[in-house]
Design a binder for this molecule. Structure first.
Ligand code: SAH
Length: 194
């Protein structure tokens, strides 16, 4: 494992994520929206997350900026990062497949929105956010730079903390008791634990 391979793994994570998302984004765009919580708050949170998971690390990969935050590369750490990268991509694919046209980049309920509670949604109710956390962890393991490595945890962490309760409120508004029952039997990110 070399620093170049680790950087390439991070780029592959970003490209892989994009390729997984595009066909599902196209499909869901054709489905009308019934209820939306899109607003300045959501756009700000999405921008913070995008900066931390994408912009900062990709500028680092391209230029090495910011150099003051660099630390010594550890091949074992980066190897674990590659494994976490694979897990993040697998999880993204499974969640998009399960959500299908019910997916939105922001908080929205679509017409004829179906509550998905099976497959990867059976024991956790935010597996796509689990996938993003895995991305953030992979980023921290792959990039030997305190700023570029940790910006994903800070960026996605901000989106997650401010969004998850809001999303659950929207789902309760849309689905009522079945969503409450689903909440009672699932974890947010990890079955039973979290
Ligand atoms: N929080 C989920 C989904 C993220 S995408 C996850 O991490 O896997 C965000 C959109 O998914 C929201 O607009 C919401 O309407 C929709 N959504 C969230 N949970 C859902 C579920 N169990 N079934 C169907 N749609 C869901």
């Amino acid at each position: 494992m070399t620093p170049t391979i680790a950087k390439a793994a991070f780029v592959l994570l970003a490209v892989g994520w994009y390729l997984i998302r595009v066909p599902f984004a196209r499909k869901s765009r054709r489905t009308p929206i019934a209820r939306s919580a899109r607003g300045v708050r959501e756009i700000t949170l999405l921008s913070i997350s995008f900066t931390g998971l994408g912009l900062v690390p990709l500028v680092y990969v391209a230029t090495g900026f910011p150099k003051f935050a660099a630390y010594t590369f550890n091949p074992v750490q980066a190897f674990v990062g590659v494994i976490v990268t694979c897990a993040a991509l697998a999880m993204f694919r499974l969640t998009h497949k399960a959500l299908g046209r019910n997916w939105s980049v922001t908080l929205e309920v679509r017409e004829n929105h179906k509550l998905v509670t099976e497959g990867v949604y059976r024991r956790i109710r935010h597996p796509m956010y689990t996938a993003f956390w895995l991305w953030a962890v992979a980023q921290a393991l792959l990039l030997p730079n305190f700023v570029a490595g940790l910006s994903g945890i800070v960026g996605f962490g901000t989106l997650y903390l401010f969004r998850v309760a809001e999303e659950e409120r929207l789902m309760i508004e849309a689905f009522g008791e079945p969503y409450r029952a689903y909440m009672a039997r699932t974890g947010r990110l990890i079955p039973r634990i979290l």
